[in-house]
Design a protein around this ligand. Structure first.
Ligand SMILES: [Zn+2]
Length: 331
């Protein structure tokens, strides 16, 4: 009996070790797949578009005269603050990133939806740069709670077009990636510090940015409305990849058909793949495996890129990328 008890004890101990090892493996940051290519960094000539990426879906497009920005997460609070505490825009981080990105004046700040990882720094960025905040009624409450006057907010439903100099931006109704953990709307001005879960989704949009004949699409959440890009042609898609691994492979194929195939884009720039619980001053790492298996998503996308002759290129962080050269790299 003693021998059996010992054996059972050993088996249980071995299983525990395996379980812990598996947990640690799932908690780790994976590497991006070998062969991942970054777009080369160089500013565009004046009048041409320079793109900058500040992690997750935060992007800025400038032509030396005007700037439009998509989403605003620069503070990137850590896991403890997001899960158990409150989040609050960090003025020092925001000032530093905006300065490094040469973003002193922004015309329009479009917010794709009101989750904190897209919207939490929208008011702070708009306050520093004079931007008009464009988004859902929930996004307007985020802006108002952060002290942005009503006159510098615009509520959209999809289909609206905005201009800033040579930029023309069309708002397109989309859907949040499946399994939205914080659905609903924000009904009153949202003041910080706030719980991450106070940032309810409020409706999701994608954006078509046109500038002197160049057209690019920013698609910040990995879902779609069938036919949403009917009649839209683009040179490049900044494509959200977060959450795709949690769906069957078929979903990624449908997503690709509706966003990349439908628009004829030859360049796909993945966004929303990095672990936004890590600060921006550290190298970006893919989301932890237990949250989202980004390498698996990239493997699924590789099949589609090869089939359709599309190139996948990642953005460097904050460094300027000339949009024209980026588009050429997809040709
Ligand atoms: Zn979201």
């Amino acid at each position: 009996v003693k021998r059996w008890a010992k054996r059972i004890g050993l088996v249980v101990a071995a299983l525990l070790v395996l379980l812990i090892a598996y947990g640690a493996w799932r908690f780790r940051h994976p590497a991006l797949p070998a062969g991942t290519k970054l777009l080369a960094s160089s500013p565009a000539a004046s009048g041409d578009v320079t793109v900058r990426f500040m992690g997750t879906t935060t992007l800025a497009f400038s032509d030396g005269h005007n700037t439009v920005m998509i989403d605003a997460l620069l503070t990137r609070p850590d896991m403890r603050a997001v899960m158990f505490g409150t989040v609050q825009s960090d003025p020092a981080i925001i000032a530093d990133v905006l300065q490094r990105a040469s973003l002193d004046k922004i015309d329009l700040l479009f917010v794709s939806h009101s989750h904190y990882d897209h919207a939490m720094d929208a008011a702070a960025v708009a306050a520093r740069t004079g931007a008009v905040v464009v988004g859902s009624a929930s996004t307007q409450q985020v802006a108002l709670g952060g002290g942005i006057p009503l006159s510098r907010t615009r509520i959209v439903k999809g289909g609206e077009t905005f201009a800033a100099g040579a930029f023309k931006v069309t708002v397109i109704r989309s859907l949040h990636s499946p399994g939205d953990r914080i659905p609903g709307t924000i009904a009153a001005p949202l003041h910080q510090p706030a719980k991450a879960s106070d940032y309810k989704e409020g409706g999701t949009f994608a954006f078509l940015i046109e500038h002197n004949g160049q057209r690019i699409l920013v698609h910040p959440s990995a879902n779609f409305v069938t036919g949403m890009y009917r009649g839209v042609r683009t040179d490049a898609v900044f494509l959200a990849t977060g959450g795709l691994s949690l769906q069957p492979a078929k979903f990624t194929q449908d997503y690709w058909r509706e966003t990349v195939e439908a628009t004829g884009a030859k360049l796909v720039v993945p966004i929303h793949w990095d672990d936004f619980l890590q600060p921006l001053d550290q190298p970006l790492q893919p989301l932890r495996i237990f949250l989202d298996d980004i390498p698996q998503t990239m493997t699924r996308l590789d099949v589609l890129t090869a089939r359709d002759g599309v190139k996948i290129r990642y953005m460097p962080v904050i460094a300027p990328v000339a949009l024209g050269a980026a588009i050429k790299s997809g040709e």
